[in-house]
Design a protein around this ligand. Sequence first.
Ligand code: BDR
Ligand code: CA
Length: 322
Amino acid sequence: THPVLLDVDTGIDDAMAILFAVAHPDIEVLAITCVAGNTSLENVVANTLKVLDIADAPAIPVAAGSRRPLIEPARSSHVHGVDGLGDLGLPVSERTPDPRHAIDLMRDTLLAATEPVTIVALAPQTNIALLLRQYPDVVPHIARILFMGGSASGGNATPVAEFNVWHDPEAAAIVLDSGAPAFMYGLDVFNQVVIAESDADALAASGTASGRLTAALLHSQMADPEEEQATDAAGPVYGGHIGDAGALCALVDPEALRIGRHPVRIELAGVGRGQTIVDRRRRVGEDVHHGGGGEAAVIDVALDVDAARYARLFLDTIARLP
Ligand code: BDR
Ligand code: CA
């Protein structure tokens, strides 16, 4: 099994990722940390606790972290509704958040674990950057930082920048520079994994609370005209994205991905701010010109995915929940 720390901005697709992580037998969620992103920190914490209730999850510690990026103010999108979770009117949870700050919960969890832990970062990387700056002694306890963020092609927040990196580019740069092994699950794969409307309807009819929630989250995306339209070889696909849940599919089923190992750096200035510049020109080890100062971090980048396989994995995993 993979012991993981989840860092989230719940968030419609973060909610689906939490459900998946709780359900999958090869994933052990040690703790969940929250950060401002899709919605305010308060909403993220409340939404995360509600999702754990619906999954009937065990008592997993959930802690609040940063309420804004390192430099800029928070700029949540309205794609996820006023409450950040599609305004579904879910009951308020009686679980209480852990009193520690997110970075202290992460540090304590990492140092107490009996094996290195994967940090799955599904949000702007503010908490992770603060953790690495404040407690660099945790790095040997991190198996890998698997982050949803960035793109080797175009962006969604801007023409070139993906939302999580765009929301806190300095944090993403600190994480890449930390020396911890990183794995980028970016828009190149994120946008591909879609649940067809008929499968979402079947989930809604499945009779479980988790199935009904997942279907409602998928349907709320389908109703949103601003949502990115997915395509497959046959053309546009009508459905809902599993989004961040795909990063957890990447953890348990990396064989469905085409992965490249490339130098990646974060653009911090001007119109390109928040872009992940993925250098796919040559193989690592050859003499390449990076531009700018310093070395680019060489990391694994997911470039393509067997999307139907992840859609099936997602549905089968959600079906395990009550
Ligand atoms: C990312 O931004 C958020 O809207 C989603 O939850 C996902 O983590 C996609 O760019
Ligand atoms: Ca997210």
